[in-house]
Design a binder for this molecule. Structure first.
Ligand code: COA
Length: 258
């Protein structure tokens, strides 16, 4: 599939998926969502170890769902759209670490897409929010759930009820983004982080992601049991043998993802 609304490049086992509709502030329309899903499927069969998601240009990460598509939609037609496979779930289930490189406005569905990623790094110039309330609707891509789990009910409620945007410093203070960096250094800093993660065992990364995700999906007892299962599973990998051997041989481990 030739993509029109996204760009895909790979550098040193790190893939960068760029939403490319800069004149629409990278708003997510149906075609863009289809292309993202296709790209996520394609990337699963490659050797990439980390995925970075960002937006084209210097204004927006993603300014939300394409509001133009809401016009004329009824509850029933919107429900049909939402029954389709969703990018938020696909990125959360993607079996590699995913970093959101937030280079500008990160709003509505864009915020929800970032929330589904594993780590969020924002430029100082970024602005984040769930402004759906200003359109007479509410977040529908997981915002009420993932945002609440990440920053707590009080702050999530404030952001969702007011629709106010916050700057990246505040986003960091409430735990919404992991780090804030000057816009000019954003790509370099994110790629350095991705490169460090890409050196780890892909098997362990996959198990770690699944185990951490279990914390918000299960109760504590189930989550601890899931962690035990995934921990034991890593003992079946060649990567575990290599990691332990490399420790005693005082050298850097060379992980193969097996
Ligand atoms: N859906 C569709 N089009 C969008 C969009 C969205 N979510 N966000 C921006 N655009 C379009 C604008 O309509 C405009 O199109 P035009 O040039 O054909 O008029 C273009 O992108 C540029 O937007 P503009 O508002 O002129 O840019 P700005 O830099 O002044 O402001 C935003 C950027 C993101 C603050 C502003 O566009 C905005 O508030 N967008 C909507 C955000 C939102 O409510 N998202 C939640 C959707 S559920």
């Amino acid at each position: 599939m030739a993509f029109q609304n996204i760009l895909l490049e790979t550098k040193d086992r790190v893939a960068i998926l760029t939403i490319h509709r800069p004149d629409k502030r990278n708003a997510l329309n149906q075609q863009t969502r289809d292309e993202i899903l296709q790209a996520l499927d394609d990337l699963q069969t490659t050797e990439i170890r980390v995925l970075v998601i960002t937006g084209s240009g210097d204004k927006a990460f993603i300014a939300g769902a394409d509001i133009g598509e809401f016009e004329g939609r009824t509850a029933l037609t919107q429900r049909d759209v939402m029954k389709q496979r969703r990018i938020f779930d696909a990125v959360e289930e993607f079996p590699r670490p995913v970093i959101a490189m937030i280079n500008g406005f990160c709003l509505g569905g864009g915020m929800e897409f970032a929330l589904a990623c594993d780590i969020r790094i924002a430029a100082e110039s970024a602005r984040l929010g769930q402004p759906e309330i200003n359109l007479g609707i509410i977040p529908g891509g997981g915002g009420t759930q993932r945002l609440t789990r990440l920053v707590g009910e009080g702050k999530a409620m404030e952001l969702i009820l007011t629709g106010d945007l916050i700057d990246s410093a505040e986003a960091k203070a409430i735990g919404l983004v992991n780090d804030v960096v000057p816009a000019a250094q954003l790509q370099e800093r994110v790629m350095a982080l991705a490169a460090r993660i890409a050196e780890k065992s892909p098997v362990a990364l996959r198990m770690a992601k699944e185990a951490v995700k279990s914390a918000s999906r299960m109760n504590l007892r189930e989550g601890l049991d899931r962690e035990t299962d995934l921990f034991c599973l890593t003992f079946s990998s060649e990567d575990k043998a290599e990691g332990v051997r490399a420790f005693f041989e005082k050298r850097k481990a060379e992980y193969k993802g097996r």
